[in-house]
Ligand binder design. Structure first.
Ligand SMILES: [Zn+2]
Length: 458
């Protein structure tokens, strides 16, 4: 629901009139669009803690001028898969991108759609393997760079593009810009310590330091150490997990400083007055909440993401509590810009929710690394997790158990059956509506019937 601090419909209408090419005279160029993806940023990074501490003061201040979605979820915990959804408006099962398969040229990306509208487009990603040209992520970008580099260096490259003669010339001639920037600093790495942070943020973990433990054990370090902990539950003590969480928090605080400097650079160039700015993440990160580290499980800590959308010049904060997904981002931006809908879109535009409209009765899917038998599906109230026909279904009642610890599947068999049935119907419809016959064949109707074969639904 929306906050009552002001009339969000009026604010939205004003922003719309200012930015819409349909409503304004020819001298009024369409708004710029800036999409910031912070890899591995937990949704609770925005929260004010019990002691009043805010770990991301710059992002929190930015949120005060934005639409803030408190129940936003990724459709996959994998960086490639999630970004492919974020940039196409398609679910993982449809776009098919994954570690061993690039994003297909047959899909229309946001950059391609905006390019068609006359936008100058640029993408700067901080993972040279996953979000790369060879993985299909350069589609639609006039300028595309993917390099392993810090947020600071990546921002510098993006600002360099903004300041380039060509970009400035294009903007003066009335062309809007679409800038996509990806930060990787708070993802664990394979070197000495997980998560990137500055020494001045060491207070986040110094008081949690564990004697003789510096992030390595048995010559296993950083991300591999976290993977080992997933394979061997007793490998890390709870104190060690706390210490590692402190490292992550320090990384997030460092990233917030870098994000703030990037926003300042945009502001100095007048871009915060002309741009719709989206700040989000591809997935969160787990610290043993459900017995695992890293991000592979469909529980809140890894599946929920921050989603902040700021219109040109900002607004008084509007909180939107409806269930939304990264899959909704492309249709939302296209509607805001008055752009024609892309042929294949599976997400829902959030414009109506932003203007105070009612939430739809929807389900959101989450895929585990494309293991088709394994998925989670969320409604506004429940998270259902299916791990294969020989495993118990998990169902969590988010109204009474937001942290997802008490499995209530046996208590609510009808909810389980209804959610699976609705899911099967929507998958069958989706497959039937696919325009690409190859994709239709690949996904096949077997997938829709798979759920029926499990015996939970008729
Ligand atoms: Zn990621």
């Amino acid at each position: 629901m929306l906050s009552s601090v002001s009339d969000p419909r009026l604010i939205f209408l004003c922003a719309w009139l200012v930015v819409s090419t349909l409503a304004c005279d020819d001298s009024q160029k369409p708004p710029d669009v800036i999409l910031v993806s912070i890899d591995t940023l937990r949704a609770d990074a925005l929260e004010v803690r019990e002691d009043g501490w805010i770990n991301m003061p710059r992002l929190a201040a930015f949120a005060e001028e934005s639409y803030v979605f408190s129940k936003a979820y990724t459709q996959s915990p994998h960086t490639i898969v999630s970004h492919a959804t974020m940039l196409t408006g398609l679910t993982p099962r449809t776009h098919g991108a994954r570690a061993d398969r690039p994003l297909s040229e047959t899909h229309t990306t946001l950059a391609e759609a905006l390019s068609e509208l006359g936008y100058r487009t640029a993408g700067f990603t901080a993972h040279a393997d996953w979000l790369s040209r060879k993985k299909g992520f350069a589609q639609g970008f006039d300028r595309f760079e993917s390099k392993f580099r810090s947020a600071e260096a990546n921002s510098e490259a993006a600002i360099g593009w903004l300041d380039s003669w060509w970009t400035r010339f294009s903007r003066r001639r009335g062309a809007p810009i679409f800038l996509f920037i990806h930060y990787y600093d708070v993802h664990s790495d394979w070197r000495e310590f997980p998560y990137e942070s500055e020494p001045r943020f060491a207070g986040f973990y110094a008081d949690k330091a564990v004697e003789d433990f510096v992030g390595c054990r048995d010559d296993v370090c950083a991300s591999r150490l976290l993977q080992r902990a997933n394979a061997e539950p007793e490998f890390l003590s709870s104190r060690e997990v706390d210490w590692i969480r402190g490292l992550y928090e320090a990384g997030v605080a460092t990233l917030d400083r870098d994000l703030g400097e990037f926003l300042d650079a945009l502001d100095r160039r007048g871009l915060l007055d002309t741009s719709w700015v989206v700040i989000t993440a591809d997935h969160g990160e787990a610290f043993g909440e459900h017995g695992r580290m890293l991000h592979s499980q469909p529980y809140r800590e890894a599946a929920q993401v921050p989603l902040v959308i700021r219109p040109p010049a900002g607004i008084e904060r509007v909180d939107v509590e409806a269930l939304v997904g990264l899959v909704d981002l492309v249709p939302t931006l296209l509607e805001i810009l008055g752009a024609p809908a892309v042929r294949e879109i599976e997400g829902e535009s959030l414009v109506s929710l932003m203007a105070g409209g009612p939430a739809s009765d929807r389900l959101l899917e989450f895929d585990f690394y494309h293991v088709l038998e394994n998925f989670s599906v969320r409604s506004a109230r429940f998270n259902l997790i299916f791990r294969g026909p020989d495993k118990d279904i998990e169902l969590y009642d988010l109204a009474s158990d937001p942290d997802e610890h008490e499995n209530v599947a046996r208590r609510f068999p009808r909810i389980v059956s209804e959610m699976l049935s609705t899911l099967a119907d929507s998958r069958a419809q989706r497959i039937a509506s696919l325009a690409d016959p190859v994709a239709r064949q690949e996904i096949s109707q077997e997938e829709a019937s798979r759920l029926r074969a499990l015996g939970y639904i008729e």
